[in-house]
Write a protein that binds this ligand. Sequence first.
Ligand code: APR
Length: 307
Amino acid sequence: MKKVAVIGAGHVGATTVQRLAELNIADVVMVDIVEGLPQGKALDLLHAAPLMGYDINVLGTNNYADIIDSDIVVVTAGIARKPGIDRDDLLATNIKITLQVFAEIERYAPDAIIMTVTNPLDIITYSALRSTQFDRNKVFGMGGLLDSSRFASFIAREINCSVKDVRAMVLGGHGDSMVPLPDHSSVAGIPLSKLMDEESIERVVNRTINAGAEIVGYMKNGSAFYAPSAAIVAMIEAILNDTKRIITASVFLNGEYGLHDICLGVPVVFGKDGVEKIIELELSSQEMEALQRSANKVREGIAKIST
Ligand code: APR
């Protein structure tokens, strides 16, 4: 049985563990700093096993030693957004928390693949690579798949079609500077521009960019977790089953898209080795400029953690 560790037993972490259990795909260890929280949630999930028909093991713990031999470690530990607080405001607190978490992962699961989820995503992913000896194919951030799924969901609702037929792509930083790509999005192979007028596309693009904030605005005291956990699990499945799916993720760029020494969302082939290939799309000059603007925004955050 494969083993997945999830750090943080809050909304995103616990929902991820539930989805993993229901897929019956790996044994799961859930770690949190709060005593009793992961233990209680793990027990509750085990009680659901006879009803849901899964037979994987779920362990809740406060002890990082339990993540030993994990194939993948998902990092959701940290604070989430509230109204008026954007992802970058989370930086100071979450960088401290995740630096400790990365050190523990390096100590107990040095061969694992690390998926970061804690925001600000691209900066936290960069810090994971800079603060550890993990190879760049083994560290990436979950952001673009969530943004792409939100984009796809809005497109399907706009044109009243099945979400199953929508292919949507969002690149760039996982934040306000993200770059939805209507020209690389389609419905059953039909380009978006044939199905939606420019104004509707722009409306859907803007709603995608603000989707996280829209949810925080409703929820007040927390941020999204159903779609984030669904995206996390889709990426775990691609790695554990070595499917070679092409998924946008925040990865370290070393010249790709003309960018160096930064983590940013780009399309990637996922397989058993993690990030197996970075795909360089041919972007229009407008799209490339938007990607560069997004990179500049992420660099501002990286500068804050380097000083
Ligand atoms: N080690 C382990 N767990 C920790 C640590 C730590 N050092 N510090 C905090 N945590 C735990 C908290 O105790 C809490 O249970 O992280 C959990 C975070 O859960 P929530 O507050 O429910 O936040 P959540 O909605 O899950 O979001 C977590 O993911 O999507 C991002 O922006 C979001 O950065 C946020 C993260």
